[in-house]
Design a protein around this ligand. Structure first.
Ligand SMILES: [Ca+2]
Length: 508
């Protein structure tokens, strides 16, 4: 255990009845009248919970893995990793085995979970706003004030959105942020309490020293990154405090993300399996560490008698896979395969999704293609929130999760890849590197034409088509196969129809 201060802000109640009554304590008659109004409001709110299949608002726990490949779970068939707690959750869950994130890098994917929008819609298509992290941190003239100011403008994009925590908070939920989160202070995304405050934490992972010597919050979670790796105490404190209020818990620990520096006992346990290769040990150990914290969290919920009214949803923000060749050469922490994180390929884009609310959801596998843009409407349905943004592009998974409907096998899923450092704010198409679409067995990847320049990272330099049923590792480009000309035409059209970027300057 590291001796790192963990900041948890004083919990803020947003319960409508309480806040109405508190404002009018000086005049008992006004207070009584307001209380009656508030009770009426509460009745209307409860009546709004009449969405089919919903009796009362559940607590929602979002379990978000950071950089874990879709296949690296016991319940997804990898028996060399140790994920007993997620496997146990999966046994009781609606399991979506073929889910996709729209972008295979942390921040855009996490903001999609917060907003239900694609990166070109929510505008946070990058990890770092202009002028990019290297220039921000290496320019001698940039100190903490300017660094914070340059990052702040991008955060405005989320501050103005009707995010999941904001919508739930308006319904009386307490919404607690822990772990990975790039949008500055927890308040910006509508949480009612949290750990990330945009100040250096003194921890190992969330801080960065600038060229002029100032320390700043790196931007990926600062104090919040202590969760899971160093402590679970802030969650225990929160759960002890919530009592009867419904809550949303954002649990996004910096795991199994690099550095894969899990305590030795995890590495030893993983290495006992002779089928685990040396380059896999640090990553698999971090997976095991993450899974163990999931077990601790679920036990905390159970011990407080909250299990049966808590909906658990699990997802990974993007994939990651260790590269054996690069590991052998350098043993550096960032050595992932080119086809995983940041890429338009399956090991970067795919994730399983689990949804479990005991007594409400139905256990079983769904193999239809779904996307993490679907989680916002799914969770709003589960919570009975009818008043929601009209522009959400996702499809609620709730009817399938409770066994009322089967998902369409005809659905296409989409996404886009951008460099981690943005060159612009509010104009995602300027930074666009690749767009991709999958429908049925086929996937089309289209790099943005760059004139004579090679596309970013050179994953593919011209459109590529893969048949994932016969070629799951995307090795054989079928773009010139004449028998697939109509497939290519059809996929190109729906990709172009989907891609409708518009300037987001009004949001900045
Ligand atoms: Ca990630």
């Amino acid at each position: 255990m590291l001796d790192v201060p963990v900041h948890v802000n004083t919990p803020v109640h947003v319960n409508a009845t309480e806040s109405c009554a508190n404002k009018n304590m000086l005049d008992p008659w006004i207070a009584l009248g307001m209380l009656a109004l508030c009770l009426c409001f509460a009745c209307i709110t409860l009546a709004d919970d009449s969405v089919e299949g919903v009796q009362r608002s559940p607590n929602i726990v979002m379990l978000i893995a950071d950089d874990q490949q879709y296949s690296d779970f016991g319940f997804m068939g990898n028996l060399r990793v140790q994920t007993p707690n997620l496997d146990e959750l999966a046994r009781g869950s609606a399991i979506y085995t073929d889910a996709y994130v729209p972008s295979s890098v942390c921040r855009p994917s996490l903001v999609t979970l917060l907003t239900g929008l694609y990166p070109h819609q929510h505008g946070v298509h990058f990890n770092h706003p202009p002028p990019g992290f290297a220039r921000l941190t290496k320019s001698p003239g940039i100190g903490k004030a300017e660094f914070d100011q340059l990052r702040q403008r991008a955060i405005t994009l989320v501050r103005k959105r009707p995010t999941l925590p904001r919508l739930l908070a308006a319904r009386g939920y307490r919404c607690f942020q822990t772990g990975k989160y790039w949008e500055g202070h927890w308040k910006n995304a509508g949480f009612t309490e949290g750990m990330t405050i945009t100040q250096p934490s003194g921890g190992l992972y969330g801080d960065k020293q600038l060229a002029n010597g100032d320390w700043v919050a790196h931007g990926n979670g600062d104090h919040g990154l202590a969760i899971g790796r160093e402590t679970m105490e802030p969650i225990a404190t929160f759960l002890d405090d919530v009592q009867q209020d419904p809550f949303l818990l954002w649990y996004a620990p910096f795991l199994p993300h690099t550095p894969h520096d899990s305590p030795e006992r995890y590495k030893q346990a993983v290495a006992e399996n002779p089928d685990v290769k040396p380059h896999e040990i640090p990553y698999f150990a971090a997976i095991m560490q993450f899974d163990e914290t999931v077990g601790q969290l679920m036990q905390m919920i159970e011990q407080r008698g909250l299990r049966d009214n808590t909906l658990f949803v699990f997802v990974s923000d993007n994939g990651w896979a260790p590269d054996p060749m690069r590991f052998r050469k350098s043993k550096k922490e960032w050595d992932h395969t080119r086809t995983s994180k940041r890429s338009p390929f399956e090991p970067g884009l795919r994730t399983p999704i689990l949804i479990r609310w005991i007594g409400r959801t139905k256990a079983g596998k769904h193999s239809a293609l779904v996307s993490t843009i679907d989680l916002m409407p799914t969770l709003l349905d589960a919570a009975g929130v009818k008043n929601r943004p009209e522009d959400l592009p996702g499809t609620s998974l709730w009817p399938s999760a409770i066994g009322q409907k089967t998902l369409s096998p005809e659905r296409a899923v989409f996404g886009a890849i951008y460099p981690g450092d943005a060159s612009t704010l509010g104009v995602p198409e300027k930074d666009l590197a690749y767009r991709w679409v999958r429908k049925g067995r086929y996937k089309l990847i289209v790099p943005k034409p760059r004139g004579t320049q090679s596309p970013w990272n050179e994953y593919v330099d011209s459109p590529a088509l893969f048949d994932l049923a016969s070629d799951p590792h995307e090795r054989k480009n079928l773009i010139h196969d004449p028998s697939l000309a109509s497939v290519i035409t059809s996929l190109s059209k729906i990709l172009d129809d989907w891609w409708s970027p518009h300037a987001l300057n009004g949001d900045l």
